[in-house]
Design a protein around this ligand. Structure first.
Ligand SMILES: [Ca+2]
Length: 354
């Protein structure tokens, strides 16, 4: 049986982009440093669950201030905003008069919480993390606003005429859904919380015969440069059985007459429990305006000879697979092992996968 997990893909395209890049503020750390917190200073919590630019009117903060504190007690120049223990730049509109008025605003770039600082759950092994796109625990990033100390970090103003006009930037589009849970490698031991590749995946492809399994997904990259510049595509797949795996990626591309047709973009094959990242490039002027439709097909035959895989088109041999469950030390979840032997009873029909 071939068992594949599809977790995510993303593409980098060149195209028009209206947002200026901001510095990455999410930090990867295996050790928690509480030094950012001043117990003698006031702190006000602002939760963010979606990436975006946020503007908070001072009047909206009035009800959240510590007892006995009013907006008039806050010197706007000392307002600081902390994310994951580090100060991030903000813009305070209305600060020039030195008073924090209800109509003044604080603007900052907010990021939802991701799994980028959760490598500790995988013993610090980034290759074992199925995806850092979402946190295992919470989508909420708690920003802490404080004031009353040193001057806060602010965005600098730049002259629009100081740099040449930018007409195109590289952008990244990513699609990922977390719809099936994979318990990771059945033989993994010793990891405190998560095993290699454990986590959520978009889809599982299972084979019990040689019929290919396909699924299509649309990458929203219609907004791209109409040139031969490349769209760089990355797709992550994970083999969840010890057999052979072959995956083909096709893209529905513009044809000379204006029609669209699927063309093979990349094929990867491998053996055993292992992850593969498929990388390929497509000329952007071949991508339809409605986006790039990708067709993934998983095959259970036709492997190249050097993989030393069984030819599944040959008559089947008499064998069976038996799943049994065991518990690992300190873990509450079951894992599955597979045993094979010759001359077994007929194999039960596998449970259909939606
Ligand atoms: Ca003011």
């Amino acid at each position: 049986m071939v068992d594949l997990r599809i977790t995510l893909w993303w593409a980098v395209v060149g195209g028009l982009l209206l947002l200026a890049p901001v510095g990455a503020v999410g930090q990867v750390s295996n050790s928690f440093d509480p030094g950012w917190y001043d117990p003698g200073a006031p702190h006000l919590q602002i939760g963010v669950t979606t990436d975006g630019v946020y503007r908070v009117p001072a009047g909206a903060l009035e009800g959240a201030l510590p007892d006995g504190t009013t907006l008039a007690d806050i010197s706007p120049g000392t307002i600081r905003l902390l994310e994951n223990g580090e100060e991030v730049p903000i813009q305070v509109e209305g600060a020039a008069d030195g008073t924090f008025d209800p109509s003044d605003t604080i603007t900052f770039v907010g990021h939802r919480n991701r799994g980028t600082d959760e490598l500790w759950a995988y013993d610090g092994d980034a290759a074992a993390q199925s995806s850092a796109y979402r946190s295992l625990y919470s989508d909420t990033t708690h920003y802490w606003m404080t004031w009353g100390g040193k001057e806060g970090r602010r965005y600098a103003e730049v002259s629009p005429g100081a740099s040449p006009t930018t007409t195109a930037l590289r952008d990244t589009a990513r699609i990922e859904r977390d719809e099936t849970y994979y318990f990771g490698r059945p033989s993994s031991t010793g990891n405190p919380l998560y095993t290699e590749s454990e986590g959520y995946y978009w889809r599982q492809f299972r084979h019990n015969d040689t019929s290919p399994r396909s699924a299509t997904y649309t990458l929203p990259v219609g907004r791209r440069a109409d040139t031969g510049a490349s769209l760089d595509l990355r797709l992550r797949v994970d083999g969840a059985s010890s057999s052979c795996h072959r995956v083909e990626v096709e893209g529905r591309l513009r044809q000379p007459g204006g029609s669209r047709a699927f063309e093979s973009i990349a094929t990867v094959e491998w053996k055993n429990l292992a992850r593969r990242t498929i990388e390929a490039s497509v000329a952007q002027d071949r991508i339809p305006d409605e986006g790039l439709e990708l067709r993934l097909t998983s095959y259970n035959d036709g492997f190249s000879g050097d993989l030393n895989c069984p030819d599944r088109r040959a008559p089947p041999t008499s064998c069976c697979s038996t799943g049994r469950r065991r518990r690992t030390r300190g873990r509450s979840r079951p894992e599955r092992t597979t045993m094979r032997s010759a001359s077994c009873p007929p194999r039960p029909m596998p449970r259909p996968w939606p």
